[in-house]
Ligand binder design. Structure first.
Ligand code: SF4
Ligand code: SF4
Length: 328
């Protein structure tokens, strides 16, 4: 969803503005949170989340893959609310005050200030907001007081309605940073929405990898599911994810997607799981029905009968049972 190409379907009550009516509420009991991760994109994580979204009841969905969100492709969200995601500062040159001396451009170590031509054909200095790091040094260099530091808009977040319940999702601008902060915001708003609606579960589509956004997405989760594939990189990524998730004292379960494509590596992953005490809660077969369902904009369990749909249903029953256990 990062970049131009993504625009949620508008709904009649779309709103925006500075003050959020979806600020976190504090008094209600916290809903359970299941976070689904993968080491990299393309492992089938979002297909699994979309299927869980169809199977689970009374939940709020949170797409925390803010750099490359794609859950909306299956869920066809109707936009209910949108807000800017503000984070950090960026410089802006006020043309009326600028003498065009060029000192700021000479001193910006990020090469974010450039001579350009304005709408009247005049040469002016301007800040490239993508390159600007918000350090503020140019405000000290400029003796004309022509540089302002403004709150920087790094993206947007949304609440949408889907056929499987409300979805909180976001879009990080190209070059936008602080995706971990945006992930935290999406999770907070999903928790607030779950409390308002009485939903007992927040189903989180997590970002890939093991970086800051992943840490933001798993912190405080009740259960984390890693979707992996039977490949060398899949085994490696799983070990890294296990170190991270178990390092936070969280429970990690594992789903081996396309387990039948490489039985030797599937066995290797089972060995990794056994050595680390990770339960393998699902093994999914390679099935062309998954792609056909995606093309139709459906999850695999909505697409019709198929072996992989049955395997996901069985996996969901196991996860649901684990999530319903009393907290330790
Ligand atoms: S230092 Fe100030 S006056 Fe000089 S080009 Fe930059 S903004 Fe303009
Ligand atoms: S705030 Fe820092 S990075 Fe941005 S234009 Fe000024 S000197 Fe360059």
């Amino acid at each position: 969803m990062s970049g131009p190409g993504y625009e949620p379907r508008p709904a009649a009550s779309e709103s925006g503005g500075a003050a959020s009516e979806y600020a976190p509420a504090a008094s209600e009991p916290a809903p359970r949170q299941l976070v689904v991760l993968s080491g990299k994109g393309g492992t089938g994580k979002t297909s699994v989340v979309a299927a869980f979204a169809a199977l689970a009841t009374a939940k709020v969905l949170a797409d925390c893959d803010v750099d490359a969100a794609d859950l909306h492709l299956v869920l066809d969200p109707a936009l209910r609310h949108r807000e800017a995601f503000m984070s950090g500062k960026e410089a802006r040159i006020v043309p009326d005050r600028c003498s065009a001396c060029g000192d700021c451009a000479d001193h910006c170590r990020f090469d974010a200030i450039r001579l350009t031509v304005d709408g009247h054909g005049r040469s002016v200095y301007a800040v490239d907001p993508i390159a600007c790091e918000g350090c503020g040094f140019c405000t000290r260099v400029c003796t004309s007081g022509a540089v302002e530091m403004l709150d920087a808009e790094r993206g947007e977040w949304f609440i949408s309605d889907t056929r499987h319940g409300p979805l909180v999702h976001a879009r990080l601008n190209i070059g936008g940073e602080n995706s971990g902060k945006l992930v935290t915001l999406v999770r907070e708003r999903a928790a607030s929405l779950a409390r308002e609606t009485g939903a007992g579960l927040i189903l989180v589509d997590g970002p890939p990898g093991i970086g800051c956004p992943v840490i933001a997405s798993v912190t405080g989760a009740d259960l984390v599911l890693a979707v992996t594939e039977p490949t060398v990189s899949g085994a490696h990524d799983l070990e890294r994810a296990a170190e991270l998730v178990q390092g936070f004292g969280l429970t990690l379960a594992v789903c081996i997607n396309k387990a039948d494509l490489n039985p030797d590596m599937a066995e290797r992953i089972r060995e990794v799981c056994a050595a680390r005490g990770l339960p393998v809660v699902g093994e999914l077969s390679y099935d062309t029905a998954v792609v056909k369902a995606q093309v139709e904009g459906k999850s695999i369990v909505e697409h019709g009968g198929s072996p992989v749909a049955d395997q996901i249903r069985d996996m969901w029953k196991i996860l649901k049972h684990r999530l319903e256990r009393p907290k330790e």
